[in-house]
Design a protein around this ligand. Structure first.
Ligand SMILES: Nc1ncnc2c1ncn2[C@@H]1O[C@H](COP(=O)(O)OP(=O)(O)O)[C@@H](O)[C@H]1O
Ligand SMILES: [Mg+2]
Length: 195
């Protein structure tokens, strides 16, 4: 039986092809799916901890991190998005846009263009704007930002301190901050990341 999914504001709706990539056969509702993804992400956190010192600003790391976070649950984990979504660039341009962003981030890092928080938050904002994957883009690009600040000896972000997956005021203020960043003002998202 197909899993019934809740539609959350600002979440990428899953098309039938994407849903068909669900690996576990025992899941019957959104809560069970959420829990399976959460367990997968915990294993990915352990993996990322063991892999500390890796170069995070590489395309293969970005793909591998997504596969580690979602690969037990979804067949398409760690592969580029193939469909047009309401958020995100045209699918054909994803690898090139992501590579360009990682090159920018490497330049920012080498030239101390931004402090570590701003570098990581800008990377998060621009990568989630690209929307490289069919789903999990918010969680993946926030974790990438966390790993990046941690690698620069800063504490990981709090991102509002509670789950951003649930609809509500917290998610609304996060999306507002992302939209302000779309319009060139990174300050609200920087503040949100440490709130
Ligand atoms: N209007 C928006 N403008 C920019 N980014 C958005 C917007 N709405 C959602 N996002 C970003 O996209 C993410 C949702 O994408 P999705 O692939 O479903 O990730 P996840 O499954 O981890 O929540 C949000 O967490 C947020 O980072
Ligand atoms: Mg989602």
């Amino acid at each position: 039986m197909p899993v019934k999914l809740t539609v959350v504001e600002g979440a990428t709706p899953l098309d039938p092809d994407t849903l068909a990539g669900l690996k576990p056969t025992y899941l019957s509702n959104q809560a069970e799916l959420d829990a399976a993804e959460e367990a997968n992400i915990l294993r990915a956190l352990n993996w990322a901890g063991r892999e500390r010192g890796r170069d995070l600003l590489r395309l293969d790391y970005v793909l591998q991190l997504h596969r580690r976070m979602f690969g037990d649950v979804w067949t398409w984990a760690g592969t580029w998005r193939r469909r047009q979504t309401n958020i995100g660039v045209a699918p054909a341009t994803i690898p090139e846009r992501t590579q360009a962003l990682l090159s920018d981030a490497r330049y920012w890092l080498a030239n101390t263009t931004y402090d570590p928080d701003e570098l990581a938050v800008r990377l998060h904002h621009q990568m989630v704007f690209i929307h490289p994957f069919a789903n999990g883009n918010g969680r993946h690009t926030r974790l990438l930002a966390d790993l990046l600040v941690a690698s620069l000896n800063r504490p990981v972000f709090s991102w509002g301190g509670r789950s951003l997956s649930a609809p509500g005021e917290l998610r609304r203020s996060y999306i507002d901050a992302l939209q302000r960043a779309d319009h060139g003002d990174i300050v609200p998202l920087l503040a949100f990341a440490r709130s």
